[in-house]
Design a protein around this ligand. Structure first.
Ligand code: FES
Length: 112
């Protein structure tokens, strides 16, 4: 497990570790599965939405900051977190707001 004050994410079930500051540690990118695409969440992606957009997957959005709920999608499997705190927009059971979350593990997403 990673231990320092850098931004670390670790998921023991998927054995994924990311350290955004220490380039010498284990760097395994979470893989985002959506439709038939497998998209690596890369270090320069600030949010899950940026990652999805990088693969030209169309996701509705408006505020891009967790207020409007326009980007709401279904998380089929995996874990995410909201690094800036829980968003204000309503999020139903099994739904996430990709504009303000990042993956903690590989994810499978469903976008209507
Ligand atoms: S775009 Fe507004 S909550 Fe995501």
């Amino acid at each position: 497990m990673l231990h320092d004050s850098a931004v670390n994410y670790f998921d023991s079930t998927d054995n994924i570790a990311i350290n955004t500051q220490d380039k010498t540690s284990t760097m395994t990118q979470p893989i985002i599965s959506v439709d038939s695409k497998k998209i690596p969440f890369q270090e320069h992606h600030n949010t899950l939405l940026e990652c999805i957009e990088s693969a030209n997957v169309e996701v509705h959005y408006h505020c891009r900051d967790g207020y409007c709920g326009a980007c709401r999608i279904t998380l089929e499997s995996g874990e995410i977190c909201y690094p800036n705190g829980e968003p204000l927009a309503y999020v139903g059971e099994g739904e996430i707001l990709p504009c303000c979350c990042i993956p903690k593990s590989n994810l499978t997403l469903s976008i209507d």
